[in-house]
Design a protein around this ligand. Structure first.
Ligand SMILES: CC(=O)N[C@H]1[C@@H](O[C@@H]2[C@H](O)[C@H](O)[C@@H](O)[C@H](O)[C@H]2O)O[C@H](CO)[C@@H](O)[C@@H]1O
Ligand SMILES: [Zn+2]
Length: 288
């Protein structure tokens, strides 16, 4: 199968519809534009999410429980905006359910991803790895970037699958990250602004995420694709309201802020890089 695919193949493992764009949208659009094969695997339909579109409020889990189906459509539209055609739901559409925020009763739902059997869930991903044989995989760190149970489980399943897949698994594994210097710039840029996501944050260490700059391995500049990322964010209207601070960043910083995404390297050898910490500008750097 892989002989029919492009030489460079990137696999991304995300928890909910909208995670793909928020954390890695510019990276996905960038690699699609370079001719790489980009495969997105999303683990749940986001059934327990909020709804920021009032006329859709009755789709909520506590009412019609139809939000998952609606977010599937949002996810398809967002992937189309990014140019990502190979997009899959782990184990098939609806196999694993959004677990809700940590500690909520929804964590105990029988189909909650947080309850998934690790090797059974990983086996679904191994199947995709054996088909695609990605050289590079992107997922979250052990804390799921910010501690959501589905993000933590996505990390565990992705790392377990890479272990089980052996030679068919990725040679390099990256975890999404945000450099502390970028967070500090963001706190400064938003100081005093109306929709300030950092309003309650006294110091950067109070945030559930943030990585020392020297621990970052790659900085992917997808500023050329910032408009695609913004269009993909707009596709996720139930999760990202028009007045979201994410658009505020885009407005103030343009592509510079929203179009650049950062990663730590969890597996594989770092390729050539630049700057004070040798940040790679290509996730496939150093691969044959
Ligand atoms: C980006 C992300 O992972 N979003 C998740 C998250 O959404 C949060 C949740 O609705 C919370 O109640 C809000 O206060 C917070 O602002 C949201 O980011 O968790 C949802 C439920 O598991 C999930 O559907 C959504 O995709
Ligand atoms: Zn998520």
């Amino acid at each position: 199968m892989t002989e029919e695919l492009p030489a460079r193949r990137l696999l991304l493992v995300h928890a909910h519809p909208d995670d793909e764009v928020i954390g890695t949208g510019a990276t996905m659009a960038h690699y699609v534009s370079t001719g790489a094969h980009v495969t997105l695997v999303t683990c749940t339909l986001g059934e327990e999410g909020e709804i920021h579109v009032p006329e859709l409020s009755r789709l909520a889990a506590a009412e019609a429980d139809q939000l998952g189906g609606y977010r599937l459509v949002e996810w398809e539209r967002a992937c189309s905006a990014l140019g990502v055609t190979d997009r899959r739901m782990l184990g098939g559409t609806g196999r694993y359910r959004d677990s809700g925020m940590m500690g909520l009763p929804t964590n105990e739902h029988p189909r909650a991803f947080w309850q998934a059997d690790l090797d059974e869930a990983a086996a679904h991903l191994v199947e995709i790895m054996r088909e695609i044989r990605p050289q590079v995989m992107i997922t979250y760190d052990e804390n799921g970037f910010y501690g959501h149970p589905d993000h933590i489980q996505a990390h565990r399943v992705a790392m377990r699958a890479a272990e089980l897949a052996g030679v068919d698994g990725p040679e390099k594994i990256y975890w999404t990250a945000m450099p502390l210097s970028v967070l500090l710039d963001g706190m400064e840029a938003f100081r005093g602004s109306e929709s300030n996501p950092f309003a309650e944050v006294e110091k950067v260490d109070d945030l559930p995420f943030g990585t020392p700059d020297e621990e970052i391995a790659a900085r992917i500049d997808g500023t050329d694709h910032y408009a695609k990322k913004t269009a993909a964010m707009r596709a996720h209207a139930t999760q990202i309201p028009d007045n979201s601070w994410l658009y505020g960043i885009a407005g103030d910083f343009g592509g510079e802020f929203m179009g650049v995404e950062y990663y730590t390297l969890a597996k594989g050898a770092r390729g050539s890089g630049s700057g004070p910490y040798g940040w790679e500008s290509d996730l496939f750097s150093g691969l044959a």
